[in-house]
Design a protein around this ligand. Structure first.
Ligand SMILES: NC(=O)c1ccc[n+]([C@@H]2O[C@H](COP(=O)([O-])OP(=O)(O)OC[C@H]3O[C@@H](n4cnc5c(N)ncnc54)[C@H](OP(=O)(O)O)[C@@H]3O)[C@@H](O)[C@H]2O)c1
Length: 294
């Protein structure tokens, strides 16, 4: 299921982090560099891989859907390489990470993009501990395991750049039904921010991107997302490009900071508003178990 593609209008642009559409600047930032992109088989990861491949990077594509990765690699050309990676299988993450280091050396840039979201009412999760276990594995434990394997090699190579694709949800007051997703994305965001000083000492820069809505298969099952401003994957890849060309420590829509501060100041009010909002929205067919979530 996917949304029809359309360019970003003013509302889409205002809702989303800053983009960089300057192809020459992107080429200068990534040409001849080795970039590992997790979750390159769909959505933002696929679009990012395509844009970086066309900008002259050597792209190392990782995800479970190897057939899709191979198709994308064939399209990009000989500088694209694929690796089967299942972030929920922690031991295999270490094996795959070692294999990638053997084959391509330390990456200059790691784009931690693979992710899994769930929007489901708590009452539908009483018998679903797997919602919490899977989101923690894909969004936190797997990426940490991968970074533990990559970081010594990156440090020994003199440094690099970690770009973490996070969500505005870890900055603005966390909304109901998103608990499993937000907690797992928040866990990795907190880990990245807490190791950032140690990474800086090793010459590794960090860019945390707090994405707003992207129209991908991740957001497709939630009907309300169709009415909200957001970006198509190719346009969202230009946000990642801004992270690579400008290397900011944080990249978020302009309105996230004031919302974050207001949420702290008006905590009770926000909780009351979220409670009211539950009366006007429902769980999607996917959340009710009628569609399998990924
Ligand atoms: N869509 C949004 O509105 C939105 C908003 C804010 C932030 N984000 C973040 O943006 C990133 C990209 O999301 P997207 O919208 O592009 O989602 P998507 O289209 O569903 O793509 C998710 C990617 O993650 C990979 N993945 C999922 N489970 C995996 C696993 N167990 N092991 C390895 N790879 C796995 C998938 O590949 P396989 O299935 O082939 O493994 C796929 O390539 C995510 O980190 C997400 O949290 C998205």
């Amino acid at each position: 299921m996917s949304f029809p593609s359309r360019g970003p209008n003013l509302a889409d642009r205002l809702a989303s982090p800053r983009r960089d559409t300057d192809r020459a600047r992107l080429r200068a930032a990534v040409e001849s560099k080795t970039v590992l992109i997790t979750g390159a088989s769909y959505g933002l990861g696929e679009a990012t891989a395509r844009s970086l491949g066309h900008a002259g990077a050597t792209v190392v594509l990782a995800a479970r859907s190897v057939d899709r990765l191979d198709g994308l690699a064939a399209e990009i050309g000989p500088r694209a390489h694929t690796h089967a990676l299942d972030l929920t299988d922690l031991d295999s993450v270490t094996t795959v990470t070692d294999r990638m280091l053997d084959a391509h050396g330390a990456p200059d840039i790691v784009i931690n993009n693979a992710g899994m979201s769930i929007r489901r009412s708590l009452a539908l999760q009483y018998d679903r501990p797997q919602d919490f276990e899977r989101t923690m594995a894909v969004n936190y434990l797997g990426p940490v395991r991968m970074m533990l394997g990559l970081l010594p090699a990156m440090r020994d190579a003199g440094g690099g750049h970690l770009v973490n694709v996070s969500t505005i949800g870890v900055r603005i007051p966390p909304g109901p039904r998103w608990g499993a997703y937000q907690a797992s994305k928040g866990a990795f965001d907190t880990w990245v921010r807490s190791v950032e000083p140690e990474l800086a000492a090793d010459g590794i820069d960090v860019t945390s991107i707090y994405m707003a809505l992207i129209r991908t298969r991740m957001s497709a099952p939630t009907p309300i997302m169709r009415r909200l401003p957001g970006l198509d994957p190719d346009d969202a890849a230009d946000v990642v490009a801004a992270g690579l060309t400008r290397r900011p420590r944080r990249l978020a829509p302009w309105w996230v900071r004031p919302t974050e501060l207001s949420g702290i100041a008006a905590d009770r009010l926000v909780t009351a508003l979220y409670s009211r909002s539950l009366r006007h929205s429902a769980d999607s067919a996917s959340a009710r178990g009628e569609v399998v979530s990924r």
